[in-house]
Design a protein around this ligand. Structure first.
Ligand code: KMH
Ligand code: ZN
Length: 276
C-alpha cells in the first residue's frame, strides 16, 4: 500500500465552457490563483489545459510555455501539460506541447469514444509522442480510458522501454461516455491488468463517478485525481465553486485512509521528474 497520496488537480480541461461555468479557471491569473489554493489544500501535481483570450481551448506554444514558467515561479507543484488537448487538436500541435518543457505530460494510450466525439490516439502517434517524451526528459503520465489502453501500455513498454526517470505512472480515467465505467469493479480489473513495471497509479471518475472511483482507488493503493476538468458538480444540484474544494475533499478522504497528501517534493521523488 502506498504510504501517502498524490493528489492531482485537473482544474480546467478542454470540454466545459466558461459560459456554462464561470468558476472554471480559464485565464492565466485564474489558473495561478487556483493552483496556489489547490497546493495549499494538498495537491502535488497540476494537469494543465490552457485557453485563449476567448476562453477556448488552445495548444498555442507561447501560451503553454508562459504558463509553465508562471506556475513554476508561483507554486511548487509538478506541472503536467495535457497532450490530449481537445478532440479537435491536430497531432502535430499535440506533439509540440513537449517544447514548452513541462515536468510531465499526459499520454493517452489509445483512441476512445468521447461522448459524441472520438478522442483519437492511433498507435503511431502514441509511439512518436512517447519517444519524444524520452528525448525531451519529460515524464509521461499514461492515461488509460479503457482496458484496451492497459494492453497498449504493455505493448509500448515492451517495444520502447521505460520512460524518462525510470518510473511508470498511470492515471485511470473512468466514466467517460465511451470508456470504462467509473465503478470499483472496473477499477480493480484495470489495476490487476497493469504491467509489472507500473510504479504508481491514480484514478479519476468523471461526473458522478468521482467519489466511488476515489474511494476505490484509495482502498486499492492508488492515488487521486480531481478537478473541474472531470467533475463540475460537488454534489447533486450543487456546482463546484472552486477546484480547491475538490482537493480539500480528496485530502480529507486520503487522511481518513491514513494516506495523507504527498507534498510536491514527495511527488517529484515519486515520479522522478527532472530537477526543478
Ligand atoms: N480533452 C480530452 C479530449 C489529456 O489531457 O491528455 C483529452 C484529455 C486527456 O483531456
Ligand atoms: Zn486533460
Amino acid at each position: 500500500m502506498a504510504p501517502g497520496t498524490l493528489i492531482t488537480v485537473a482544474p480546467t480541461g478542454a470540454e466545459t465552457s466558461k459560459a456554462d461555468l464561470a468558476a472554471l479557471p480559464t485565464t492565466l491569473d485564474e489558473l495561478v490563483e487556483t493552483a496556489k489554493a489547490c497546493e495549499a489544500a494538498g495537491a502535488g501535481l497540476v494537469h494543465v489545459h490552457v485557453r485563449d483570450d476567448n476562453h477556448q481551448p488552445t495548444l498555442d506554444l507561447g501560451r503553454l510555455t508562459d504558463t509553465v514558467g508562471v506556475l513554476r515561479a508561483e507554486t511548487s507543484l509538478v506541472v503536467q501539460l495535457s497532450t490530449g488537448g481537445s478532440v479537435h487538436d491536430p497531432y502535430e500541435q499535440r506533439l509540440r506541447v513537449l517544447e514548452a518543457a513541462p515536468d510531465s505530460c499526459s499520454l493517452t494510450m489509445g483512441s476512445v469514444n468521447f461522448g459524441d466525439e472520438v478522442f483519437l490516439n492511433p498507435w503511431p502517434f502514441v509511439t512518436e509522442l512517447y519517444l519524444a517524451s524520452q528525448a525531451a526528459a519529460v515524464v509521461p503520465e499514461f492515461e488509460l480510458f479503457d482496458l484496451g489502453h492497459v494492453a497498449a501500455l504493455h505493448r509500448l513498454l515492451e517495444a520502447h522501454g521505460l520512460p524518462y526517470g525510470g518510473r511508470v505512472h498511470c492515471d485511470l480515467v473512468m466514466g467517460v461516455p465511451g470508456g470504462m465505467p467509473g465503478t470499483a469493479a472496473a477499477l480493480v480489473s484495470a489495476v490487476q491488468a497493469l504491467p509489472a513495471a507500473v510504479t504508481s497509479w491514480s484514478a479519476t471518475g468523471i461526473g458522478r463517478s468521482t467519489l466511488p472511483v476515489a474511494l476505490a482507488a484509495l482502498s486499492t493503493g492508488g492515488h487521486l485525481r480531481v478537478g473541474m476538468e472531470d467533475t463540475v458538480s460537488y454534489a447533486r444540484g450543487r456546482p463546484v465553486a472552486h477546484n480547491a474544494e475538490l482537493v480539500e475533499r480528496a485530502a480529507k478522504l486520503a487522511a481518513l485512509a491514513q494516506r495523507p497528501p504527498l507534498t510536491p517534493p514527495d511527488v517529484r521523488d515519486l515520479l522522478q521528474v527532472r530537477a526543478a
